[in-house]
Design a protein around this ligand. Structure first.
Ligand SMILES: *Cc1c(COP(=O)(O)O)cnc(C)c1O
Length: 408
């Protein structure tokens, strides 16, 4: 008799985005004339930068000839991209990362779900609330939790509330924790962690021999020069932090797929008997066993995002979405909404009007403005009373959406 992985059965039914899709489709069927504007799922809309496309075309042409054809890529990534990451993402910020500490992958979502595999099942996991659901669900599936309570909080998990009171930046836990997921700039709240906040967390992790999994998928949206772009800008972070980055929201690679994860050589976790075990070779082993590398064409495209023209084009994309976010902040503010985020991140975190739950406000926006947001409660119990709006849309759509909301 084949047994199922019962951990999957613990997952809350009605995962956020399918439920949003269901309600949106139902509304569209009932109102075929409505022009729905989607500010829900965090997907980019602008075309790939031209220098990236040129590099991908040239790479495809190389594959068209036996002399320049390439088969399986190296699991960890081609040297040209590993070096480009080190030279462009880290060295200019005064951070020394070795090319072999970088692991190119096809997805930060996958890396953030897979990374927990290299750690023991008895680790206590700390998550912010609200949170990117992947961090949570991947640990539930691995068997690190019990069942969820009515608010969706899984037994055995430590939740760090991020609220208006703490500026949506998690306070250090009082409970014992071993592994902490942090995301800055944050999806969904749009909040950023200051240098001081990051220093506190690095100091905490060092003291507790804990590990921080730092998701910096939105680092290129940071506008404030005082905010670190990498956790490795904090002294001592190399011993306690893994960093995840992606080309998805920076260079428009959500459909092209390329990301990377940094695992410094100094990072250690411990055996039950208390011996230090280096994490780097274990993640390397995991990747070489379960992953077979990113397409050559895609890695050449990612590399081209660092050329002078590539950087210019990527900068333009980010500016475009940030200008959307700024406009949304202004318009929503003028309508009397309390708005957070949208300054160093492409997300706005909107307080729902008095007395409305986040799903009620979602329904109101869908039905009366034909605008789709994401209910904050879908990201965790502390997200109740909020709605996430994404700045990832064309300017005209953003202006139309704001005008409709203003007329409510
Ligand atoms: C979009 C996003 C990513 C990027 O995921 P990819 O799989 O690389 O597209 C990672 N983390 C967060 C929090 C995100 O919102």
């Amino acid at each position: 008799m084949a047994l199922i992985n019962e951990n999957y059965l613990k997952l809350k039914a009605g995962y956020l985005f399918p439920e949003i899709g269901r309600r949106t489709r139902a509304f569209a069927q009932a109102h075929p004339e409505a022009k729905i504007i989607r500010l829900g799922i965090g997907d980019v809309v602008k075309a790939l930068p031209k220098p990236v496309v040129r590099a991908m075309k040239a790479a495809a042409e190389e594959l068209a000839h036996d002399e320049t054809f390439r088969g399986y890529p190296p699991e960890q990534g081609y040297d040209f991209l590993l070096q480009a990451v080190v030279d462009n993402e880290y060295r200019p910020r005064g951070v020394e990362i070795l090319p072999e500490e970088v692991f190119i992958s096809d997805s930060s979502k996958c890396d953030s779900a897979n990374i927990q595999e290299v750690f023991g099942l008895d680790n206590v996991i700390a998550l912010t609330d609200p949170v990117y659901p992947v961090y949570c669900d991947s640990n539930v599936i691995a068997g690190r939790t019990g069942l969820p309570d009515e608010q969706g909080r899984y037994a055995g998990m430590v939740y760090l509330p991020c609220t208006a009171e703490n500026g949506f930046v998690p306070d250090l836990p009082r409970e014992h924790v071993d592994i902490i997921y942090l995301c800055s700039p944050n999806n969904p709240t749009g909040a950023v962690m200051t240098r001081q906040a990051l220093e506190q967390w690095v100091e905490f992790a060092r003291r507790k021999r804990a590990i921080i999994l730092f998701d910096a998928a939105y680092e290129s949206y940071i506008t404030d020069p005082e905010i670190p772009h990498s956790i490795y800008e904090i002294p001592g972070a190399r011993e306690v932090a893994i960093e995840l980055r992606s080309y998805s929201k920076t260079a428009g690679f959500t459909g092209t797929r390329c990301a990377f994860t940094v695992v410094p050589k100094e990072l250690v976790a411990y055996t039950r008997s208390g011996d230090a075990a280096s994490v780097h070779p274990i993640w390397y082993r995991r990747q070489t066993t379960k992953f077979n590398g990113v397409a050559y064409v895609v890695q050449r495209g990612a590399e081209a995002s660092y050329s002078p023209q590539g950087k210019k084009a990527v900068g333009k994309l980010i500016k475009y979405y940030l200008a959307n976010a700024k406009y949304m902040r202004q318009q929503l503010g003028a309508c009397g909404y309390t708005v957070y985020g949208g300054v160093n991140a492409p997300y706005l975190w909107l307080r729902t009007p008095e007395g409305k739950t986040s799903w009620e406000f979602f329904d109101l926006l869908l039905n009366q403005a034909n605008v789709v947001g994401t209910p904050g409660a879908g990201f965790g119990a502390a997200g109740e009373g909020y709605l996430r709006l994404s700045a990832f849309n064309h300017r005209e759509a953003i202006e139309e959406a704001m005008a409709r909301i203003a007329r409510l």
